[in-house]
Design a protein around this ligand. Sequence first.
Ligand code: ZN
Length: 282
Amino acid sequence: MEWPNGARCAVALTFDVDAESAFVFQNPRKASCRLADVEERRFGVRTGLPRILRLLDRFRLPASFYVPGYTIVHHTAAIRAIRDAGHEMGAHGNVHETLDIFASEGEEERVLRDQLEIWRAYLDLRPSGYRSPSWELNVWTPALLTKYGFAYDSSLMGDDIPYTIDTPSGPLVEVPVQWLLDDAPLYRHVRGSSNGIADPDRVLRMWAQEFDGIHREGRCFVLTMHPWITGRAGRILALEQLLRHIRNHPGVWFATVGDIAAWASSSLPRRPGSGDAGQHSR
Ligand code: ZN
């Protein structure tokens, strides 16, 4: 993979600003009466997000933020601060619905249309990037996204460089993600489970090692974080250490996912066997 200006690899910092939307989707009854779970997640928009924006500003780095419609409606000022800081913003469901609940393309399309209406009404924006809630995707989703003018999706794990998914309404660029580079499985406390809470030094080592490999291989490092998880004070310190580690390497292109997708769509040869959307079923 060749990167702009002879860069050796690409790095995208991404944040899924779920706030309490996923909890509302999964447990609507509990969400209406249990303050503790909801407040744990609101920490993200209240405290974590401003902390992240300050860190990015201090390092003068771009980032991509994926925001559910619910978060836009209920935490509008926090989300407008992302827009006003000039970062990329992309769609991330309406109430963080995992796409596997939709029995048909029509149902999924209605939710997508509702999202775009919220984006227009509250932010005056039309997102060109999409990240599906919980990284679930249906076989018809890529075609739906291209039909509604999205330039890329960033929810699949089929490679560690961007690739294209052919759809009847044109190719969709995929900028892939990985569980390894997601803060949730590492840091998140799940009551009753034995996964514990990962030591930030361990997370930093894992992510730095993956970055070193990506840098050596000339690939694309897409880190996915959540303000309610990574926004904790000590984890922000770990993220800062990671950014310093990455900046010590030559030829790193820090970019938004949108920039990476645009570069990919102008430079990627269509790979034989890259397949159509049907080959990317779950
Ligand atoms: Zn999410």
